[in-house]
Design a protein around this ligand. Structure first.
Ligand code: FES
Length: 99
């Protein structure tokens, strides 16, 4: 199984997840809740992250995710919904600041 590194800022917390894992799997890897997951289905907006490095490492965005991020005013390319992202190779993220 190929493991990929996800780095969470500003903590600098590094987690290894199997390639293709949904970022919701973080819940099983850390004792602390680092991403505020809610619905885990792309509908609540609790898990918006800013991708600092490796945007293309988090899998493709589907139209629903693009539309929802647009509804949330997160139109810059660096935003993703963590619950809809899959770790395909190394990436660095942080929780998006409140707008
Ligand atoms: S947890 Fe609700 S949109 Fe991601």
């Amino acid at each position: 199984m190929d493991l990929k590194k996800l780095t969470l800022m500003p903590h600098g917390l590094e987690v290894l997840l199997p390639e293709g894992s949904p970022l919701t799997d973080l819940e099983n890897q850390t004792s602390q809740r680092v991403i505020p997951f809610g619905c885990q289905s792309g509908a609540c907006g609790a898990c918006v992250i800013e991708v600092l490095d490796g945007f293309d490492s988090l899998g493709d965005m589907d139209g629903d995710e693009v539309d929802f991020l647009e509804d949330l005013g997160r139109t810059d390319k660096q935003y993703r919904l963590a619950c809809q992202s899959r770790l395909m190779s190394a990436a660095t993220i942080r929780i998006a600041e409140e707008e």
